[in-house]
Design a binder for this molecule. Structure first.
Ligand code: AMP
Ligand code: GLY
Length: 448
């Protein structure tokens, strides 16, 4: 299949093609099936270094644009086999599970270059207990905490803690393993359900209990190569299912970037007090960290504190950060994967972007699937439609296949223009159980 370049208005095909580059054109495999991977595939396909982009397993929208291979990305053998059979030059691993499973290690062992941390680096996301100890050991600001795998010691700790407090499954739980508890009874129940394996299986058999932090949340994305890093624009996600930040925690219902809340001085402070000590700490602990480091921050009255690390791009944050890029991302991804020097900084447009997640009603609990989605043939200017939980049927129709179905992206010179465009796109899409939050960006839009 030849490379197709869609949406050139959002992703100008970087037209300078030095002749040396022509020989280096590569076949790129994007692993994953969410909105993040759809955006990564588009961005990689727009690079002059890309000969072809293929995806595995992909989703309904990705399979319209790229050759899609239905493998299980949680199985390293299938990943390696596909990369070898398809003569892939470079693999970009989207989600956390294959990273924690050591997909990058497995590919590297067979001589395939891959973007993302090795399994040792991915522990920063795979184990919250490991991360809390890491933060404490390296004096990086975070909420006071305790790690537990037994009810009795957890109960003693609860007895000495102030309310509200936060109980977290240490292992991977798709963003859902965190309970904010207002009473000791609630906390004890959460602890019991987690430790018994009832609520999150193996992921909950170790837990973190931590102090509740108050403030605004923001996400800092870095592309790293050992202790070197390049920062991407700050973004803000909306993790609760309901308007006004109410209801259950989700993977993210919408995001915008950049966040004017964070000034260049504040960012410099995060770099000095959080980013640099983290990368130095990883090195001191024998971890050569390559790939994305996503730092989830709570901006408290006592300064910024690390809520969590992710070791991959955020979803839906990627859908607003990458469209702001004014240069080719691929050389930076390649340099990170090889452990080489990174550019000092990347160029971004002086614009805002917003993504509104179009979900299925009932998400993050149960929701219908298989509904036909009506999508207009041509999209409004300055918008892009990113697929997540969709699939294509034999007639080429797009059906809903997940909780977060689509991401409607808008951008413009101001955040309110970006919002207007994203919501106009949302309104042009139809399916029976369509559900979205109408207040993405509310904090920032109300500030201005
Ligand atoms: P995590 O997966 O650890 O980032 O937690 C998911 C979400 O739970 C975060 O994005 C916050 O909204 C909330 N959260 C986690 N830890 C805390 C905390 N210590 N205080 C307040 N809210 C928290
Ligand atoms: N949007 C939150 C995450 O990617 O973890």
């Amino acid at each position: 299949m030849t490379k197709k370049r869609l949406f050139p208005r959002l992703f100008p095909v970087f037209s300078e093609k030095p002749s040396a580059m022509q020989n280096e054109q590569m076949k790129i495999l994007i692993l994953g099936s969410g909105g993040r991977e759809h955006m990564l595939a588009k961005v990689c396909a727009a690079s002059p270094l890309a000969k072809e982009v293929i995806v595995a397993p992909g989703n309904g929208g990705m399979s319209k644009e790229f050759a899609a291979f239905p493998i299980d990305v949680e199985d390293n053998e299938s990943i390696v086999r596909l990369a070898m059979e398809e003569n892939v030059d470079f693999v970009v691993v989207g989600p956390e599970v294959p990273l924690c499973n050591g997909a990058v290690d497995a590919l590297n062992e067979k001589g395939v270059l891959a973007y993302g941390p090795n399994a040792a680096g991915a522990e920063l996301e795979g184990s919250k207990a490991f991360t809390k100890d890491f933060l404490a050991r390296h004096n990086i600001p975070t909420a006071a905490y305790g790690n537990f795998s037994e009810m009795e010691s957890a109960r003693d700790f609860l007895g000495k803690s102030k309310l509200p407090l936060v109980v977290k499954a240490s292992g991977l739980a798709a963003g859902k393993g965190v309970v904010i508890c207002e009473t000791i009874e609630e906390a004890e129940n959460s602890v019991r359900e987690m430790l018994s394996g009832e609520s999150f299986g193996e992921s909950g058999k170790e837990i973190v209990i931590e102090e509740f932090l108050e403030g605004e949340e923001t996400s800092l994305h870095l592309i790293c190569s050992g202790e070197k890093y390049v920062t991407l624009p700050m973004s803000q996600d909306h993790k609760k299912a309901g308007e006004g930040d109410t209801g259950l925690n989700t993977g993210g219902m919408g995001a915008y970037a950049p966040t004017p809340l964070v000034t260049p001085e504040m960012l410099a402070d995060y770099e000095t007090n959080i980013v640099q000590p983290t990368l130095a700490g990883l090195k001191a602990d024998g971890i050569d960290f390559r790939g994305t480091l996503y730092v989830g921050l709570m901006l408290t009255q006592d300064g910024p504190k690390v809520l969590e690390f992710n070791v991959r791009f955020g979803d839906p944050e990627t859908q607003v950060i990458l469209p702001l890029l004014e240069e080719d991302l691929l050389p930076t991804l390649l340099a990170s994967a090889k452990g080489e020097d990174l550019p000092r900084n990347l160029k971004f447009k002086n614009e805002s972007a917003m993504v509104v997640v179009v979900a299925s009603k009932g998400y993050p609990e149960s929701y219908p699937k298989g509904e036909i989605i009506n999508i207009p043939d041509s999209l409004p200017e300055n918008t892009d439609l990113i697929h997540a939980g969709t699939k294509q049927n034999e007639n080429g129709e797009i059906l809903s296949a997940g909780g977060r179905v689509l991401g409607a992206v808008g951008h413009g010179t101001t955040l309110s223009l970006a919002a207007e465009r994203a919501y106009a796109l949302c309104d042009s899409i139809g399916f029976t159980s369509k559900f979205l939050r109408r207040d993405i960006g509310h904090r920032e839009l109300n500030r201005t």
